[in-house]
Structures are given as C-alpha cells and as structure tokens.
Design a protein around this ligand. Structure first.
Ligand SMILES: *[C@@H]1O[C@H](CO)[C@@H](O)[C@H](O)[C@H]1NC(C)=O
Ligand SMILES: *[C@@H]1O[C@H](CO)[C@@H](O)[C@H](O)[C@H]1NC(C)=O
Ligand SMILES: *[C@@H]1O[C@H](CO)[C@@H](O)[C@H](O)[C@H]1NC(C)=O
Ligand SMILES: *[C@@H]1O[C@H](CO)[C@@H](O)[C@H](O)[C@H]1NC(C)=O
Ligand SMILES: *[C@@H]1O[C@H](CO)[C@@H](O)[C@H](O)[C@H]1NC(C)=O
Ligand SMILES: *[C@@H]1O[C@H](CO)[C@@H](O)[C@H](O)[C@H]1NC(C)=O
Length: 399
C-alpha cells in the first residue's frame, strides 16, 4: 500500500539542489526537525482517513479522505518552498538528501487545487469500485474477490466457470475504471511536469536513482527469458492435456484463467496439474493447515514467530487490536486487498487483510508482516526516510 504517494515520491536530486541561497546548515537542520514533527502528524491523519475508507467504503469516508489529501498536498507544496530556500551544495550528504526528498513531492506539485482534488477523487473512486466488485454466477449468487473468487480460481478445474469468473471480474473492475484510469494518467502526468519530469513513468523510475535502470531491467529479463519460455511451454502442454487442445489458441498463449490466480502471476495453485513427478509429496500445505485447524490468529502468530526468529521485534500490542485481519461480517464494504500500514507515530502499525486459511494467505501474511517488521525497524528515522530504499523493496504487488 503506497500511502506515501502524496507526500514523498522519492528523490531526484538533479532537479532540486542549489536553488536557494541560504547555505547555513544549522538552519537547514532546524528546518528538517520541524518538518519531521509536522510531516509525521500530517501523515498520521492521512493514514487514519485512508484506513477509515479502506475498512468502511462510504461516500462520507471518501469525502473525508479527499479533503485531507488536498490539505496534505498544500502541506507538501509549502514544505517544498521552504526546502528550496536552501543552497545545500556544501552541506552534509544527509541534509542534502533529506532536502531533496522534501522537494520531490510527486503529484502534490499540481498548483491547481481543483485538479489536486480531482486526482484524489479519481483514485478513491477506482479503489471503491475494486473493493465493492462482485461477480454474479446466477442472479442470487454474487461473489467477492476475497475469499470466494480467489479460492475458486485456486481450486476449481471447471474451464467455463473459471472463464466466467475471470471475465466477470474484469467486467466489474477494469471496464468500470477505464475512464477514471485515463483521467488519472492525464492528471498525474500533468502534475509531475511541474517538477520537471516528462511524465509519471519518469517520476516513478527516478526512485531507483539509476541512469541505466531501464536497460538493467531489460537485461535481466533477457537473461530470464529462455527459462521462462521453456516453463511456459511446459505448463501449457500439461494444461492442454487437462483441458483439451481446443481450449488453447493457436497464438501459443495460455488462457489466463487456468493458472490458479486472478492475475496469472503465481502458478503454485496448479502445481498438482503440472508437476512432472506425480508421486512426489504435495507442495500445497492448504489441506494440512485445515487438518491442523489453523485459524487466522494462528497464521499471524506463525508469521510473527518467523520474524522474531530472524531478530525482528514482536508486533506491538495495538497491532493485534487495531488491525483488520479478517473480512468484517457486519455488512461493511472494505478493500480486501492485503496491505501493511505505518501510521507514522512510531507506535501504530497495522495490517488490513481478509485472511483465508490457505497456503496463499499464509505466504501473504508473511509478506505483509515483513513490511511491518521494517516499518518498526526504521520508526526512529526521519519521516522522509521511513520507506524502502526504492519501490522494489516494499514491492507492492497484488497478493
Ligand atoms: C551555492 O553554494 C555554492 C558553494 O557552496 C556556490 O558555489 C553556489 O554559487 C551557490 N549557489 C547559489 C544559487 O547561491
Ligand atoms: C547559522 O545559523 C545559526 C542559527 O540561525 C546562527 O546561530 C549561526 O550564526 C549561523 N552561522 C553562520 C555562519 O551564519
Ligand atoms: C462507517 O462509516 C460511516 C460514515 O460514513 C460511519 O457512520 C460508520 O459508523 C462507520 N462504520 C464503522 C463500523 O466504523
Ligand atoms: C483549475 O482546474 C479546473 C478543473 O480542471 C479548471 O476548470 C480551472 O480552469 C483551473 N484553474 C486554473 C486557474 O487554471
Ligand atoms: C458486464 O457488466 C454489465 C454491467 O455491470 C452487465 O450488465 C453485463 O451483463 C456484464 N457482462 C458480463 C459478461 O459479465
Ligand atoms: C506412483 O505410486 C503408485 C501407487 O503408489 C505406483 O503404482 C506407481 O508405480 C508410482 N509411479 C511412479 C512413477 O513411481
């Protein structure tokens, strides 16, 4: 969960150093101290409003969030203006870096307040569409992504139902978001141009602080490609044996709904269909978790034990009382998509997740708690540093 998107969008020092004239490092440090305290409070309120919406999707909570995001964008702009008064070129690397990050405010750079609000609204609306989406198999049976559709995709081998769910999910989410997403791209690109970026893609890539980033990623992909192609061909052959050749297009693609995951991004759920050695023991521990009567709490305690065994801290007591670890059954609409939360007050850390008793979710809990373990490790750092070294670290993929 990239809650930070409105406050820092990471550094691109080339755009920002040496613009002002104040070269007094003591004054810069005083500014950073007051920034820290104000930014922590600002980010805490913003996280609260985002949490309220994500755990209870209502128009009121959406309005509250959008309002707060406008305030936060103004705060970012004010702080940027103050940071730009310094000429940091002879200051310490640490001060230079903090000032650089404070000026790199992402879409908050949009000077038109109406457009700032439009962007926040577009994002909240897309999230709400996603959170509320259900696919109807019959007029009476309408399923949410979590847990029902996810479990179905993992376990069912019925081609037509899998296809209905896959297509239905796109129909209820992507199709409804298409215009909003186009608007998001336009508004976001326009906003970051005020910082000197060509577009949001350039701004996102700048976070990696590498001039050869695109070429490096391409190079890694090229190295992996031969293995990937063989794996793809192998899995396709096995799945053709299961579902029949007529189900597979001549183009060589694997229909995405056959891979056990809504985004076809992890194929572990079809391992029983494709594994080469039929008599090898299963790699899927879901049945064993059910047999051992795993509860949601037990999954999270298992993850906590794992991180403690690596030397990380235990979850704080409020983690267990304030997190949303299961889908509420009081009629509230929530964003089930799992996420980890830092409330930027050094004591409030949470996970929001609609946990199911499956191997997938056992792994997702470890993934999310990994974020929290890091949040807790760097809670005493300046606010601007309380994030991964780059977006590849707190990698926010859908899982
Ligand atoms: C910033 O300071 C450096 C020396 O530390 C100086 O060379 C440069 O001219 C200054 N730039 C501005 C804009 O004052
Ligand atoms: C830097 O600023 C501090 C605080 O305002 C002041 O006490 C100090 O004299 C300044 N140093 C220089 C070299 O101007
Ligand atoms: C959900 O939000 C509404 C405001 O829109 C509020 O009245 C209600 O109490 C909230 N429900 C929960 C369970 O927090
Ligand atoms: C600000 O944006 C709104 C909505 O896009 C637009 O109608 C308005 O003209 C803009 N204001 C200025 C001063 O550009
Ligand atoms: C797509 O969604 C629309 C409106 O929500 C609905 O009328 C239509 O039946 C859906 N089509 C499919 C293929 O799910
Ligand atoms: C797999 O196990 C079955 C039953 O235990 C046995 O009949 C068969 O020969 C085994 N296959 C291989 C390849 O080991």
């Amino acid at each position: 969960m990239k809650i930070w998107a409105f406050l820092i969008t990471l550094s691109f020092l080339g755009h920002v150093t040496s613009q002002g004239t104040n070269d007094n490092q003591t004054e810069a440090e005083e500014f950073l101290e007051s920034f820290n305290s104000a930014a922590g409070k600002q980010q805490n309120i913003l996280s609260q409003k985002q949490w309220n919406l994500d755990t209870n999707i209502t128009d009121f909570n959406e309005e509250q969030l959008v309002k707060q995001q406008s305030i936060a964008a103004q705060f970012d702009k004010d702080m940027r203006a103050e940071a730009l008064q310094f000429n940091s070129s002879a200051m310490s690397a640490d001060v230079q870096r903090q000032l650089g990050k404070i000026t790199d405010i992402g879409t908050s750079a949009q000077p038109n307040a109406t457009k700032v609000e439009e962007l926040a609204t577009v994002l909240a609306e897309m999230q709400s569409i996603y959170g509320k989406a259900k696919v109807c198999l019959t007029p009476d049976i309408c399923l949410p992504l979590e847990p029902d559709i996810t479990r179905f995709l993992a376990q069912s081998r019925d081609y037509d139902t899998l296809e209905t769910l896959w297509v239905g999910w796109r129909n209820e989410t992507g199709r409804k978001m298409k215009d909003l997403y186009t608007k998001f791209v336009q508004l976001s690109n326009e906003a970051v141009q005020y910082l000197g970026y060509q577009d949001t893609g350039e701004e996102w890539r700048s976070a990696y602080e590498s001039d050869t980033f695109v070429a490096d990623v391409q190079d890694l992909f090229d190295q992996l490609r031969p293995l990937y192609e063989q794996l793809h061909a192998y899995v396709r052959r096995r799945l053709r044996q299961v579902y029949g050749e007529s189900r597979f297009p001549a183009s060589g693609h694997i229909p995405a709904h056959l891979l056990g995951n809504m985004w076809a991004q992890e194929w572990g759920n079809v391992v029983e269909l494709v594994k080469p050695f039929a008599n090898k023991t299963s790699m899927d521990v879901t049945p064993e978790m059910v047999r051992q009567k795993y509860t949601v709490d037990k999954i999270f305690r298992t993850a906590e034990d794992f991180f403690v065994s690596l030397g990380f801290d235990k979850m704080v007591p409020s983690f267990w009382t304030l997190s949303m670890l299961e889908k509420p059954n009081d009629g509230r609409e929530v964003v089930c998509h799992a996420s980890a939360w830092d409330f930027y007050n050094q004591k409030d850390f949470r996970i929001k997740m609609c946990t199911d008793i499956t191997q997938d979710d056992l792994m997702t809990v470890h993934h999310e708690m990994g974020h929290v373990a890091y949040f807790m490790q760097y809670k005493n750092q300046p606010v601007i540093y309380r994030d991964g070294a780059n977006p590849g670290n707190h990698c926010m993929h859908i899982d």
